[in-house]
Every structure is written in C-alpha cells, then in structure tokens.
Design a protein around this ligand. Structure first.
Ligand code: ZN
Ligand code: ZN
Ligand code: ZN
Ligand code: ZN
Length: 525
C-alpha cells in the first residue's frame, strides 16, 4: 500500500524536472508521464543515490567517497589511502577521506565489528541498509525531518511487495535485519591499549534504536525491489544504489527512456534520457530487466524480481519476432526456411518440407556442440588460446548446420570466437566473426540500446585498425547516433567518436579520386 500522500510528496520532489509529471497509473501505481513533447536524447531526470555502495570486488579499486568513486589506476595505486579503522575504505586523497568521514563512521564501525566477528567485510546491501537505518533514526529523532533527512520519506514510499515474498524470503530479510541490528547497535568491546584511531571510534555516540527488526526487514524487501545496479559508461557494473525518484519509472519491454551513469565526474549520479521522441501525455518507461530475450524469459524475470505480470505492448504482441526464433532449429535439408522449435519431435518430419529429421542426428550434433564449447571455454580460461579457437571453430561449423542463424547460442559462440581471435591478435578473423555477430545484435536489441552502440564502436575500431575505413565510418556513425542519445552529447565517448569519424573522413578524402570525394561530400552534407 502506498501512503495516500505519496503522490503529492513525489510531485514536490520533481519540481525541478520540467519534462515529467507524476501520476497514478491503473494497475501499476505511481509513474511518470511527459508534461510536454520530449525530443530524443533529453535528460528527463537525474538523481544522486540516497545510499550507494561499491560491489565487493571494486572496494579496493575505487575511492570510497561516493561523490568521487574515482577509479584507481596504476599511476595512483600508491597514493590511495586506506581507512585504518575498518580497512575496507580507500581514498584518492585526504580531502575525500575527510569529507566522507561523517557519512562513513557508522559504516566504518559496522565493518570493523563484522570483520572482527566473521573476517569478512559487510556486503554492499548490509552497508546500505545500515545507512538507511541510521537516516531513519535521524528522521525520527528530529521533528525537522525535512532538514535532517529529506530523502528518507521517498524511500519509505516505495513499494516493498512484502506480502508477495515467500515465507522463506521474508525470514531471510528478518535475518539480514538482525545482522544489521547487531553490527550497528551491539555494545563495544573496549580494548585496553586504545590508540588514536580507537579513541576516534569511541567518540562516536552509539545509536539507540527506536525501530524493530520486522520494520527493517520490510525495508530490506523494499530495498531489494528498488535498488539499481551502477555501471560505467561501457555498461560494466561496479556498484549499487537506491534512487527513489528513478524507482518510480515503470517498466516496459520496449521502453522510451534509458538509464545511464554517464557523468565521469559523478560516477553514481543516474541520468534518465528519452531514447526516442515522446508525445505529450505518454508514459515514460525504462527497462528493469535484460530486454534482448523472448517474452517468456522477460516476463518470468519481472515476476520473480518485481512481482508483476508485464502487459506492455511488446509482451502483448503474439507475433514477437524474437519469440519465433529463440532456441530454435533449422531444417537440415539446406534449402528449406522452416523454423523448428527445440521441443519438436526430432524423429519426425520437417513441418514445412517433410524432410525426415531422424536421418540427420540433430540431437547428437547439439550434444557434440555443447561438449566442444565446454572444452573451448576451459582451454580459453587456462590460456590455451589456439586450442580454444580450434574447438570453437569446430563447434561453430556443427552448430551452423542445425541452429537458426538468429539463435542466441550461435551468437554467443561467434562472440567467444571473436574475443579469442582478438586475444590471439588475429584481427582479420576477429573482424569476420564480429561482422557475423552484427545481424544478431541488430535483431535482439532495439535501435536505441546502449549495448548495441558500444558494440558498434568496438567493431568500428577493429575495422579502422584493419584499414576498412568506409566500413569503420559506417559503424562509427551508427554508434554516434545511439550513444549521443544514451550517454549525452558531451560524454568523452562521443568526443572520441566524433574525432574518429573526422579521421576516417579525412582518410577517405585523401585516398579516393574526385568521384569518391564527391560521394563523400554528398554523404556528409
Ligand atoms: Zn576520491
Ligand atoms: Zn573505515
Ligand atoms: Zn513487457
Ligand atoms: Zn524443411
């Protein structure tokens, strides 16, 4: 149940974003719609997280100050400072350490206790929940709630789906709440030879909680359905955070907005941009799950993680092209275009041309492919790249005969092959395999997907390196169109792309005769 005043409160909080309007949507609850026409690539909302944390394996690779989160490079490896109390926070400068201390000290204590008890740092979600707990205490403690903790009510207003979780899941959340409680409020074990750091620690007044564990367990549930993964401009995740305004966007499998962390100076600030022109009054949507997969998979993910049955236009379309070819087989007769479902009786006849499938040993081929792939993966991870390449090639040759060209297993195999070739510096072959991947990428991704833009950029670089300049130019231009919308026109990637496009054009101008030059000028204008 959403509190009755949550819509009014939400409206107050989005006043500075002129393109969006908060509204109530039948069967979905709160959401946003376009207050006016929105051109493609417009930032409709940006937000800093109320809490955020680095993923475990990134803790020692970035500055712990969330407004900095500067990645550690080899150059500043030595200059990074480590919190001497908890040992789980790292800073790029004294300034960052100092400005983070006020926020860090409770997490620091929590981490120190946890390390003493189980020799492990708290997980990002424990840290974030401890921080939310602390803020809620601040909110309760003070009548001037708005001043002390303005964001907390926004978090409280998000849906927890508590009743939709299984009994077991609820017990797990209660267990997590207990551990947060323990690490925040357990009495200190005073050490006899206290040094300066411990004195600093003892200056922190212990909190007295007014909340009970059941309440915090519900917050965990709310947290788990409303936190976002934080990723870099190449879509590699490195953190997580709670963005209570962004969490109000509803989901669509064909969304008109895209969420990115595209500000290199503020790695944890999220930006929601329109990925196509949006008419006044239209609902604004983002994608909660991986969208390049068939309806059954998307809907199952949404049901499991977000407790709703997706009724978006794409899910309601019975003729979704992706659904038709996902995990399907091709007819082995060669000149028949039948798409055969994996569940089809392989001892029967092709439904289109009547070829006797039993004569073609399709399941034996599939088993062989799976075996070769596994061996290839093992060889690759143990550094035997040439052997991996041979195994993948054999698997691909066999798979091509039985799988539909747009089946994801063909794509992932092509990708493994291309990556192995890059590792072996066999760039010509890598280029060929990447070229073969592109139709699949175009097929599964919408034309606005950042993942597609990044792949085009990467492939463009390979084409350029190999001297396929006009191909590179084409790929760069496509990447430019997509990434301008997803990353914004001023992102460093866009600058890089613009420069590469310029270089390709210059090279083509130089190397082509007058006719080619005219053609190029025509394209350019
Ligand atoms: Zn820093
Ligand atoms: Zn610390
Ligand atoms: Zn859908
Ligand atoms: Zn056939």
């Amino acid at each position: 149940m959403e509190p009755a005043n949550s819509l009014a409160f939400l409206r107050k909080n989005i006043k500075s974003f002129p393109h969006i309007q908060a509204d109530h949507f039948e069967s979905k609850g709160r959401g946003f719609r376009a207050r006016k026409f929105i051109p493609s690539g417009t930032v409709v909302l940006h937000e800093d997280p109320i809490v955020s944390a680095l993923l475990d394996d990134h803790i020692d690779r970035r500055c712990s100050n969330p407004t900095c989160w500067k990645p550690k490079t080899e150059l500043d490896e030595k200059a990074f400072l480590r919190c001497s109390i908890c040992r789980y926070a790292f800073y790029c400068s004294k300034h960052c350490q100092h400005s983070h201390w006020k926020a860090h000290k409770f997490g620091c204590k929590c981490a120190q206790r946890m390390a003493a008890a189980i020799q492990k740092p708290p997980t990002p979600s424990i840290l974030m929940m401890a921080e939310i707990w602390r803020r809620s205490e601040l909110a309760q403690e003070s009548q001037k709630l708005v001043v002390k903790c303005p964001e907390f009510p926004l978090f409280r207003d998000l849906n927890s789906h508590w009743d939709a979780f299984s009994e077991q899941q609820r017990h797990e959340y209660i267990g997590m709440a207990c551990s947060v409680f323990y690490f925040m409020f357990a009495p200190d074990v005073k050490s006899s030879n206290s040094n300066d750091d411990e004195k600093k620690m003892n200056d922190i007044k212990p909190l007295e909680t007014k909340l009970d564990v059941n309440c915090v367990a519900r917050w965990f549930a709310r947290f788990s359905c409303n936190n976002f993964s934080i990723f870099d401009s190449e879509l590699r995740p490195f953190g997580a955070g709670v963005f209570p305004l962004t969490a109000v966007f509803n989901h669509s499998c064909d969304p008109n907005c895209v969420l990115m962390f595209s500000n290199p100076d503020r790695p944890n600030r999220c930006y929601v941009r329109s990925s196509r022109p949006i008419a006044k009054g239209e609902e604004l949507t983002i994608g909660y799950v991986e969208l390049g997969c068939p309806t059954s998979i998307r809907r199952a993910e949404l049901r499991k993680g977000y407790f709703f049955e997706c009724e978006c236009p794409r899910c309601s379309n019975d003729a979704d092209e992706l659904d038709a070819v996902w995990e399907t087989l091709r007819c082995p007769s060669g000149n028949c275009s039948a798409v055969i479902p994996s569940t089809y009786d392989l001892d029967g006849l092709c439904p289109t041309c009547g070829t006797d499938l039993s004569e073609h040993n399709i399941d034996i081929t599939l088993e062989k492919v799976a075996r070769l792939r596994n061996q290839g993966d093992e060889a690759r991870s143990s550094g035997q790249l040439l052997q991996a390449k041979t195994l993948f090639e054999k698997a691909y040759a066999a798979l091509e005969l039985v799988r539909h060209a747009n089946d994801p297993s063909v794509y992932t195999l092509l990708n493994s092959l291309a990556m192995t070739c890059v590792d072996l510096q066999l760039f010509d072959e890598a280029f060929t395999y990447h070229e073969a991947e592109l139709p699949f990428l175009d097929f599964v991704h919408s034309e606005h997907a950042p993942a597609l833009g990044l792949q085009l950029l990467l492939h463009g670089k390979l084409a350029c390196y190999l001297g396929h300049i006009s191909r590179a130019l084409h790929l760069y231009r496509r990447a430019h169109i997509i990434l301008c919308e997803t990353h914004g026109k001023f992102h460093p990637l866009i600058e890089e792309l613009a420069q590469k496009i310029g270089e390709c054009q210059a090279e083509l101008m130089q190397n082509s005769g007058p006719a080619g030059r005219e053609e190029l000028l025509a394209i350019h204008s």
